[in-house]
Design a protein around this ligand. Structure first.
Ligand SMILES: [Zn+2]
Length: 98
């Protein structure tokens, strides 16, 4: 395995670990820190963040969408879920039909 592949593999692992920690904690600031770190690693190593992880946090403020603080609207005809971030109020669409 080359050095580049090795770094990529470690980066993917770190992303998953950080996401797991962000999900587990009740501490908002801590999960924000984990998400920031995860995004930094992805950017630095030019790794794609897995879709299910990407869809679970706000791209704008980097905080996890929580069930209580974000509002979810379903649009079945177009095939997306509209999620409004409870922290910065930014709305984003998560497409599930292609
Ligand atoms: Zn936000």
């Amino acid at each position: 395995m080359g050095k580049k592949e090795e770094i990529g593999r470690i980066a993917s692992e770190r992303i998953l670990v950080l996401y797991g920690q962000a999900k587990m904690t009740d501490d908002d600031e801590l999960s924000h820190t984990y998400i920031s770190m995860l995004r930094e690693i992805a950017k630095h190593c030019r790794k794609h963040i897995p879709t299910h992880i990407k869809n679970s946090f706000c791209k704008d403020c980097g905080r996890m969408f929580s069930r209580t603080e974000s509002s979810v609207r379903l649009s079945s005809s177009i095939g997306y879920v509209s999620v409004k971030c409870g922290h910065c109020g930014k709305e984003r669409h998560i497409f599930y039909k292609h």
